[in-house]
Design a protein around this ligand. Structure first.
Ligand code: ARG
Length: 564
């Protein structure tokens, strides 16, 4: 049951408009004293040839609001509708009874495939704080899509190919050895990478050597492949440790190298379709007509590019998954790359180019400057996680020293804090990473939401009642509860919007509203009282809120400790 749909049904019977037009007209008033839904009558004035306020009051007399709306008010040119409390409660409770901690589960996806490319870290480079955004946003979209009935496919498009591997192999062979690297792989790779980039500025011969090594890798030279596979293996061990702690999974780790065999076919296809131009010895796709620089297909030294690999990859994904959407969760720095990529796919004649989406996000920087691998100034994600967890541990230790499994809880809350702050703003915004803000347990933070969940849990335990949502009684409902029911009622549509706009922050904001309302309610009202029926009612309410918090934190990949 959906109130808006019911209102459309009502209006459809009395207005000479199609359902879609009515749908577009209906608004949700910002001020709840003006009702839960409103019909502004300005647009009807022309066809009905009456003043909007006259239309509003005439419509009011014509409509029987029951059983979905408890009243209708005509206020000036607006017709305001108020949800019926009993109906509201019924809808929310039924949804919670049906789907439980999957509150808002629905099947609008019809099992269509949605490929989500996220995290996509680079082999032999640090998994740094900048990657946290793609990793977490992508994973949230993956979970949200699943809940909405899509067959989401998570792909870690590893950066495991390209000229930088030529540089790394060169540097490794010149300045390091196996033992040294294995002692601390990523640090050593980073050091080598920084060094060779610096030295190559003075000594261009190093670049030529690096190109040679990359070409060897492309030609499957035994030594090149061996060093490269070893680098990849060492890096993945490090990355997987982080993924495991973050609770992040992928269905595929097909990275750039996976597509290397398909590149000749792509080049041929581009040539056959007359899309290749030779410029300065390079093969390019000219995009000047679309106000874009050319897409580089092959460099003058014969090596392939990131873009060619992405063309092959997009085709492969269409063939393999027949996606309805192919989503790339990648920093906005790559806006141009994806514009070129999608345009080229379109020029190749693929109508599914329109189903490819770049979900960009702003940069994370440190308080003392931006992050750059080349300068070597990086904050490792794993160190950030460790620090978050240990600071959380100290806090828990001082607040609740007797808590069992303090370490386990600190891991859930520390990581939850990092994740929640990531989801708290529009993804497009840049932000400066701040320890204080991330780990603050005050205000609208992950720990605050988790703490509220634990509060519901402890209330239920303390009451000794086995909560039953059927104990929420119409006649006992108070305004604060009705208000919470409205916020909870909105959740499914918030989840749908968040998937449509690729914005997990819609979800974090909505759950914060529910949690704030619950905490206010908790301070203003006694939950466990002498009145058995009232206690059962309120405990059932706490249990509803608990279920709903979990349903949303699950989408964001945030754990829900029962005690804190
Ligand atoms: N590895 C790239 C980076 O870290 C991101 C890859 C995104 N995915 C893609 N299909 N291009 O910048």
């Amino acid at each position: 049951m959906n109130f808006k749909e019911k209102l459309i049904d009502i209006l459809d019977n009395i207005l000479d408009l199609d359902r879609e037009s009515i749908d577009r007209l209906i608004e949700a008033p910002a001020d709840s004293s003006m009702g839960d839904l409103a019909l502004p009558c300005f647009h009807l004035a022309k066809t009905l040839k009456k003043a909007p306020n006259v239309i509003a009051s005439e419509l009011k007399d014509k409509i029987n609001p029951e059983p979905y709306f408890k009243k209708i008010e005509a206020v000036g040119p607006y017709l305001n509708f108020f949800y019926d409390d009993k109906m509201l409660k019924k809808v929310v409770v039924e949804e919670a009874l049906t789907n439980g901690t999957q509150y808002g589960k629905m099947n609008i996806g019809n099992n269509q495939s949605v490929v989500i490319d996220y995290s996509s870290t680079n082999i032999a480079k640090p998994f740094h704080i900048g990657h946290i955004r793609s990793t977490l946003i992508g994973n949230a979209l993956y979970n949200i899509g699943k809940r909405l009935g899509y067959n989401t496919i998570g792909v870690n498009h590893l950066g495991d190919y390209g000229t930088q591997f030529g540089l790394l192999i060169t540097a490794f062979k010149k300045w390091s050895n196996k033992e040294e690297v294995e002692a601390s792989p990523i640090d050593k790779f980073l050091e080598l990478y920084v060094r060779i980039n610096k030295e190559a500025e003075e000594n261009p011969a190093l670049r030529d050597e690096a190109h040679e090594w990359f070409k060897k890798l492309e030609n499957k030279d035994e030594e090149a492949v061996k060093i490269w596979s070893w680098m990849k293996e060492l890096s993945l061990i490090e990355f997987n440790r982080v993924y495991e702690r973050l609770g992040i999974n992928f269905d595929s780790y097909n990275g750039e190298a996976f597509y290397s065999d398909m590149l000749p076919a792509i080049e041929k296809e581009l040539r056959d379709k007359d899309l290749i131009t030779i410029s300065d010895g390079c093969e390019i796709v000219d995009l000047s007509e679309f106000d874009m620089p050319p897409l580089m297909v092959k460099k003058s030294n014969g090596t392939s590019t990131y873009a060619t690999r992405d063309l092959a990859c997009a085709e492969y994904r269409k063939k393999t998954y027949d996606f309805a959407k192919n989503i790339y969760v990648v920093a906005t720095q790559q806006n141009l790359h994806f514009k070129q990529l999608f345009k080229t796919l379109e020029l190749m004649g693929y109508d599914w180019a329109k189903d490819c989406v770049h979900v960009g996000f702003g940069m994370v920087s440190l308080e003392d400057g931006t992050l750059s691998t080349r300068k070597g100034q990086v904050l490792y994600l794993e160190d950030v996680i460790n620090k978050a967890v240990s600071k959380t541990f100290d806090l828990i230790n001082s607040r609740n020293p007797d808590l069992e499994n303090k370490e386990e809880v600190a891991e859930m809350v520390g990581i939850g804090a990092l994740k929640f702050q990531e989801f708290y703003n529009q993804r497009i915004k840049d932000y400066v990473f701040s320890w204080d803000k991330t780990l603050s347990f005050e205000g609208e933070t992950g720990p605050y939401v988790q703490y509220s969940y634990a509060r519901c849990s402890s209330l239920i335990n303390k009451s000794g009642i086995d909560p039953d949502l059927n104990d929420i009684k119409d006649e006992l409902l108070i305004d604060e509860e009705i208000n919470m029911l409205k916020e909870i009622y909105q959740i499914p549509s918030v989840v749908v919007d968040s998937f449509e706009k690729y914005e997990p922050y819609f979800i974090s904001r909505q759950i914060i509203e529910v949690v704030k309302s619950f905490n206010r309610y908790y301070y203003n009202n006694q939950i466990i009282t002498d009145d058995k029926e009232l206690t059962r009612h309120r405990i059932a309410f706490a249990s509803l809120v608990k279920t709903v918090i979990k349903s949303q934190l699950d989408l964001l990949g945030i754990a829900t400790p029962e005690r804190m």
